[in-house]
Design a protein around this ligand. Structure first.
Ligand SMILES: Cc1cc2nc3c(=O)[nH]c(=O)nc-3n(C[C@H](O)[C@H](O)[C@H](O)COP(=O)(O)OP(=O)(O)OC[C@H]3O[C@@H](n4cnc5c(N)ncnc54)[C@H](O)[C@@H]3O)c2cc1C
Length: 417
């Protein structure tokens, strides 16, 4: 039986561990926290996952929360009119539409999911080691395994994987992130009959994403500000008190996005761990890490491709990476997991991930005219709104109508005659 070591118990590490376990591999999993510590700790993400990624979980039979988590059937875009927050008519929206998803999306608080999956892995006989691994630990352990995978997210172990400058156009964070999980938020009045992720754009300032989730205390909503660094939303770093964090979130909503604030008159934090603030530079890394004694390890998901959460893709990509690596590992049979194999396993994943990276990095920059035209036209032409929404499930489609001005214009012309 082939022995595999996985370091890091997040979306990718746990999905891969459970998948390999199911296929009969002997898997050891290292986590720097216990399931209980994760469950009672701080929120880590907004983790909205779309149909393709959710299907990878269904395929492994680990979609344990699917019937409880809210079904997100739409994805809407609202753009604040220029200067609207300064004038008396503060609720003005320049653009406002919602696209329908072909398959529903869901967000299950990672505190719920990772704690639950970790317990399942151990119950199924997996070896769970609670230890924050250092490079020296990996150097010691890796030679005892046929393959070592590093799925430790954006933590310190990324230092083993060199930054790929060609694939990383930004060398600094492009957004300051601030998340609040709340109970008591009202529905968006335009579509009380279905749930949607609402993307609210304030040009030159940042974005607010609102979405339903399943958290440790049941159904909740997430308020997620992405602020342009140095701008009016970049004020959370010094806020340590969760209640102050929520009050600041709401105050900024009142100023910039009064239509979302109007849904929040009765909100309260889900729990003391229900807030998060931070920032990171989007980075693509070389997939193979070399240990001091010469052994090789393969990076997984955020370790090798970390995009800004503006497009809500990291958990989706982690699920897709885990599914892709699982296939590559199984197809390798008894052959060695050597450098060539590692490179080809990553390249196979990059076929999907490159589209996510290109689209996400594009969304961090001010939109060019042809993109504004598409987002504007989606308010009048429902198929455009639907196509944009479904791009969150399969970002490779943006190649066909979004990036290139000629393709964008041809697409619009095909719909408007
Ligand atoms: C604010 C925010 C909002 C987001 N919203 C979305 C969204 O809506 N949709 C979406 O798809 N993505 C979203 N993401 C991104 C998504 O959460 C991540 O991309 C995803 O969790 C990455 O999965 P992973 O398995 O690579 O790493 P992680 O989920 O980060 O898991 C890594 C694990 O390894 C552990 N670890 C770290 N170092 C060590 C060590 N040395 N030894 C042992 N264990 C270690 C960590 O504690 C963690 O448990 C968001 C991210 C943020 C920050």
């Amino acid at each position: 039986m082939r022995k595999i070591l996985i370091v890091g118990a997040g979306q990718s590490g746990l999905q891969l561990a459970l998948g390999l376990q199911d296929k009969g591999y002997e898997v050891s999993l290292m986590s720097n926290r216990t399931a209980d510590e994760i469950r009672s700790g701080r929120v880590m993400s907004t983790q909205c996952m779309f149909d393709t990624a959710l299907q990878h979980e269904r395929d492994l039979g680990i979609n344990f929360w699917e019937s409880q988590a809210p079904r997100i059937e739409g994805l809407g875009v609202s753009v604040a009119a220029p200067g609207s927050h300064e004038g008396p008519d503060g609720s003005q929206r320049a653009i406002d539409w919602v696209g329908r998803l072909d398959g529903y999306a869901q967000s299950v608080d990672q505190r719920v999911k990772m704690a639950g999956w970790m317990e399942t892995f151990a119950q199924r006989g997996g070896q769970l080691v609670i230890h924050g691994a250092a490079v020296s630990d990996l150097d010691f352990f890796a030679s005892r395994y046929d393959l070592t995978l590093v799925s430790a997210g954006k933590g310190e172990l990324v230092s083993m994987f060199g930054r790929n400058a060609e694939r990383s156009p930004y060398d600094a964070p492009q957004r300051a992130l601030a998340v609040s999980y709340v109970h008591g938020m009202g529905p968006r009045p335009e579509h009380p009959d279905f749930e949607a992720v609402r993307c609210n754009l304030v040009p030159g300032v940042g974005e607010l994403f609102v979405m339903p989730t399943l958290t440790t205390s049941g159904r909740a909503d997430i308020l997620f500000w992405e602020g342009i660094p140095g701008g009016p939303l970049d004020v959370f770093q010094s806020v340590k008190d969760p209640e102050e964090h929520l009050a600041t979130t709401l105050e900024l909503m009142k100023t910039f996005l009064p239509w979302e604030y109007a849904r929040c008159t009765k909100v309260e934090l889900t729990d003391a761990g229900g807030t998060l603030a931070g920032r990171y530079a989007p980075t693509v890394r070389n997939p193979i890490g070399r240990l001091p004694s010469g052994g090789l390890v393969l990076g997984v998901a955020d370790v090798v491709v970390a995009n800004d959460p503006i497009t809500g893709q990291g958990s989706n990509s982690a699920a897709k990476c885990a599914a892709s690596y699982l296939s590559s590992i199984v197809e390798r049979g008894e052959e060695p997991f050597d450098e060539d194999w590692m490179r080809s396993a990553f390249d196979r994943y990059w076929n999907t991930a490159q589209h996510v990276t290109k689209w996400t990095n594009a969304m961090l920059a001010p939109p060019p005219e042809h993109v504004l035209n598409i987002i504007g036209a989606a308010g009048q032409i429902q198929p455009i709104a639907d196509r944009f929404a479904n791009g969150f499930d399969d970002p490779s489609d943006f190649e066909n109508f979004f990036f290139d001005p000629d393709k964008a214009n041809a697409y619009l012309a095909s719909l408007t005659g």
